[in-house]
Ligand binder design. Structure first.
Ligand code: JDK
Length: 237
C-alpha cells in the first residue's frame, strides 16, 4: 500500500516511524511518504493561509498549494480529516486498508478552501472523515489514528492474525476483560473460569462479559447486534 501525507507539520508524523508501522515500512508492506505543503508555495513567505471570504474567525488554507500538491502526488483515494466529515469506523478502516494508494490532506486553521475538495473529487475518490464530535487543531493527529487503524489490518503486520478476528468493533460487541499473571494481585484474583482450561465455558463467559459491557457502555452497538447471534437462553434474558 502506498500512502502520501501532506501537511504543514510533517514532523508530526515521526511516530509513524516507530513500532509496527515502522516495521511495515521497512519490510515494504507500507510505502509511506510525508510531504510539506509549503513545497508547493511560490511566494517568498511560503504562504498557505488567507482570510475567509464572508468574514468569520481565523484563517482558511489557500487552494493553490493544495491543488499543486494533489496534482503531484495523486491520483489516489483522498482522505481529508474534518470536523464535518463522516464518522470514521472500523468498517472504514477495512475499506481503506484494501486500497492501493491513499492520500491524506491535513488541514489546519479553520480548514481547507472547499474548492480543493471539489476539484479533487472531479478526478479521484474523496472521503471527508471525522474522528469524533470534538474539534482538533488540525488533521495530523486524526491521520496518525487512521494510519494505526488501517496498518494493523494489512496482511503480515500483526503477528497473531487471531487478534483481528476476536476484536470487539469487528464482531459488533465490546471485548471481554483481559488478565495475565500473577493470578493474585493486590488481593484481586483472576476469574477462576479463565484458569479452568474449559475452553467452551471460557468462550461463553467472554461472550457474556462482552454482552453485558456492550449493553451498559454502548447500547447503540446492541441495537445493531443481530439477535440470531444469541442462543435461546440469551434471548429470554
Ligand atoms: N474529528 C475531528 C477532526 C477535526 C479536524 C480535522 C481537520 C482540521 C483542519 C483544521 N481543523 C481545526 C478546525 C476546523 C474547523 C473549525 C471551525 N468549526 C466551526 C464550527 C464548529 C466546528 C469547528 C475550527 C477548527 C481541523 C479539525 N477535529 N475533530
Amino acid at each position: 500500500m502506498r500512502v502520501d501525507i501532506i501537511s504543514i507539520f510533517p514532523d508530526y508524523f515521526a511516530p509513524l516511524e516507530l513500532s509496527l508501522i515502522g516495521k511495515a515500512r521497512t519490510t515494504g508492506l507500507l510505502d509511506l511518504s510525508v510531504h510539506d505543503l509549503r513545497t508547493w508555495t511560490s511566494d517568498v513567505h511560503r504562504t498557505v493561509d488567507d482570510t475567509p471570504y464572508g468574514g468569520g474567525p481565523g484563517m482558511v488554507m489557500r487552494p493553490e498549494p493544495w491543488g499543486q500538491a494533489l496534482d503531484a502526488v495523486g491520483p489516489g483515494t483522498l482522505v481529508v480529516p474534518s470536523p464535518v466529515g463522516k464518522p470514521f469506523t472500523q468498517a472504514d478502516a477495512y475499506e481503506l486498508a484494501a486500497l492501493e494508494h491513499l492520500i491524506f490532506a491535513c488541514g489546519r486553521y479553520e480548514g481547507i478552501d472547499q474548492r480543493v475538495i471539489d476539484d479533487a473529487a472531479s478526478r479521484m475518490p474523496v472521503r471527508e472523515v471525522s474522528l469524533g464530535d470534538y474539534v482538533l487543531f488540525g488533521g495530523e493527529v486524526a491521520v496518525i489514528v487512521i494510519m494505526e487503524a488501517i496498518t494493523r489490518l494489512l496482511p503480515g503486520v500483526l503477528g497473531n492474525a487471531d487478534s483481528l478476528t476476536e476484536e470487539s468493533h469487528a464482531a459488533g460487541l465490546l471485548e471481554a476483560p483481559v488478565y495475565t499473571k500473577p493470578a493474585s494481585w493486590r488481593d484481586r484474583e483472576v476469574p477462576d473460569i479463565l484458569r479452568s482450561g474449559d475452553h467452551g465455558r471460557i468462550a461463553r463467559w467472554r461472550r457474556d462479559q462482552s454482552l453485558s459491557r456492550t449493553a451498559s457502555r454502548r447500547p447503540d452497538m446492541m441495537a445493531a447486534y443481530p439477535l440470531d447471534h444469541l442462543d435461546k437462553a440469551d434471548r429470554k434474558a
